[in-house]
Write a protein that binds this ligand. Structure first.
Ligand code: FES
Length: 278
């Protein structure tokens, strides 16, 4: 799976500032449970200084560690100083995040922006819905993608997916993400995407088995987990998680963010992974 720094592990296993602030005067909420990550940030601001910061989050280890790191970064800062905090600052505070998990630090930055807008009385329904909605699967707008490209020097659609999640679902938004990359980086995308021949059922099954054996299972085994391929019908792949994965609270994320994502990248973008209890 992913390599986490000691600081990420520390902030995940013993997160600081978990909870809410009853008399918070700045609250920012981003993400959604449907996307797998959600963060609510509570700030107490007195005389322009953030005197307390707490969070509630739903998400993976990186989301919890990033949220906790953000609250530590915020305490004692003026609003002006807080507004300068970027997702990169959050990741740097943690000694880095796996590139596939950088979107967790972006979520922290968005929650902070939403909280500051809330403090100034600006209406923030959903910060991620400002601008043109590019990725319907994860509710990501063009504004958010442009900023992620600029601030993190992103070069590929995969980079954008790692930082914002956009493009990590059905893939319909990938051409628009490429346009935004071209626009922000000021370069025309000249290469036509390679035409791929559709896989036959037999080819798809063989590739799925190969990728599970060579890519997915070895990663899961590093964390004492395992996976069993139960059945393949068209693009639907049925699997059963084994070992440490069986009772892991993050098993659903493992299935979507790792197993399904890997199979989509390496076999077929239409693959849907379903867990069965066989
Ligand atoms: S619309 Fe972006 S991944 Fe589905």
């Amino acid at each position: 799976m992913w390599e986490y720094t000691d600081k990420v592990k520390e902030y995940f296993l013993e997160p600081k500032n978990v909870g809410s602030i009853d008399d918070a005067n700045a609250v920012g909420e981003v993400g959604s449970l449907a996307c797998g990550d959600a963060l609510k940030l509570f700030l107490k601001i007195e005389d322009g200084v953030i005197t307390d910061a707490k969070f509630q989050t739903f998400g993976c280890a990186s989301a919890i560690a990033s949220s906790s790191a953000l609250t530590e970064l915020l305490k004692g800062k003026t609003i002006d100083e807080a507004q300068k905090i970027t997702n990169k600052d959050i990741a740097d505070f943690l000694g880095g995040l796996p590139k596939e998990k950088m979107h967790c630090s972006v979520m922290g930055q968005e929650a902070l922006e939403a909280a500051i807008k809330n403090y100034y009385g600006e209406k923030v329904e959903k910060v991620e819905l400002e601008g043109e909605l590019v990725c319907h699967c994860f509710g990501v707008t063009d504004e958010l993608i442009r900023r992620a490209i600029r601030e993190n020097d992103l070069k590929t659609v995969e980079d954008v997916t790692n930082f914002t999640k956009a493009g990590g679902g059905c893939g319909d938004c990938v051409p628009r993400i490429q346009e935004l990359l071209d626009e922000v980086r000021g370069q025309a995308h000249t290469e036509a995407p390679a035409e791929k021949k559709p896989l036959t059922n037999i080819q798809r099954m063989q590739l799925v088995m190969q990728v599970i054996d060579e890519e997915i299972r070895p990663s899961l085994r590093k964390d004492k987990g395992d996976i069993e391929l139960v059945d393949i019908t068209g693009t639907v792949v049925q699997v059963a998680l084994r070992g440490a994965c069986t009772n892991c609270p993050a098993s659903q994320l493992t299935l979507t963010d790792f197993v399904q994502k890997t199979l989509r990248e390496l076999v077929d973008p239409d693959i849907v992974v379903k867990e069965v209890s066989a």
